[in-house]
Ligand binder design. Structure first.
Ligand code: KIV
Length: 274
């Protein structure tokens, strides 16, 4: 029997039942299909796309069209997992009309079921507006990669007591505005725990300790595919970068030595994936 698809209201039910939520990012249909088969609950088409797929230094250059293009692919690959799309840098802060237009494109053209926005009380009005018109919103607090220039790097957040209090207040505000979940990135485990017990919607941690209601990681990190930098909190469940390099090297050696293709009879099948 096909397992039931994950819907936005399931997030809150999971928290109520104490069932952890497992999220990963995905950027293409093949990876989405495989991670969906693995039972991942939700796939985020994150603007980390810029760093792990498009080769940028940070997430700032990622455009709405980039996310739509990749969200379409992920939505085609995922059957059970909820597909969430990031709203890129400055696509939701300029005015509400533009935020609504951009969210509309992510849901209608990208086929995402929900959007994710970075920030707390500073963006609360736009979160309310999106939720009011039926766009499910996932919040994102702590390290906000879209503020990398302002903060001066990808630095751990909420390490001072006053910042921790601010984060918990932001989490409350997001819940009141109607967000259905909140990503907590790179904050001390005690701060993540405090936010988690103070809100009724699930917290999804990344580098935020074990007490969040769920976890999210970048799929390329989990699979050992992104070899430029491995964040300290990442657990690599595979070393695919090594597999790709050695498979690529074996192919190059075979072609150069005339071992591939092997001689076949003229009648042999010629079907390819293209
Ligand atoms: O863009 C992204 O991949 C993210 C996750 C790291 C939470 O925002």
């Amino acid at each position: 029997m096909q397992p039931k698809s994950i819907r936005v209201p399931d997030f809150r039910d999971r928290k109520r039942r104490g069932e952890k939520i497992a999220m990963l990012t995905a950027y293409d249909a093949t990876m989405a299909r495989l991670l969906d088969l693995a039972g991942v609950d939700a796939l985020l088409v994150g603007d980390s796309l810029g760093m792990v797929v498009l080769g940028y230094e940070n997430t700032i250059p990622v455009t709405l069209d980039d996310i739509i293009h990749h969200a379409k692919a992920v939505a085609r690959g995922a059957e059970r997992a909820l597909v969430v799309a990031d709203m890129p840098f400055l696509t939701y802060q300029i005015d509400h009309a533009e935020a609504l237009r951009n969210a509309r494109r992510l849901l209608q053209e990208g086929h995402a079921a929900a959007v994710k926005l970075e920030g707390g009380r500073s963006i609360i009005d736009v979160v309310k507006r999106l939720v009011d018109v039926g766009v499910p919103v996932m919040g994102h607090l702590g390290l906000l990669p879209q503020s990398v220039h302002q903060v001066g790097g990808f630095l751990r957040q909420a390490t001072r007591p006053e910042d921790a209090d601010r984060l918990v207040a932001d989490a409350h505000a997001l819940e009141e505005a109607g967000a259905f979940a909140i990503v907590l990135e790179a904050v001390p485990p005690a701060v993540a725990r405090s936010a988690t017990v103070h809100v009724g919607i699930p917290t999804i941690g990344i580098g935020a300790g074990p007490d969040c209601d769920g976890q999210i990681l970048v799929c390329n990190d989990v699979l050992g595919l992104f070899d430029r930098f491995v964040p300290p909190f990442v657990k690599q469940y595979a070393q695919l970068a090594d597999v790709v390099v050695s498979a690529g090297r074996a192919y190059v050696d075979d072609v150069r030595a005339g071992r591939y293709p092997t001689p076949t009879r003229e009648t042999a099948g010629t079907q390819t994936t293209t």
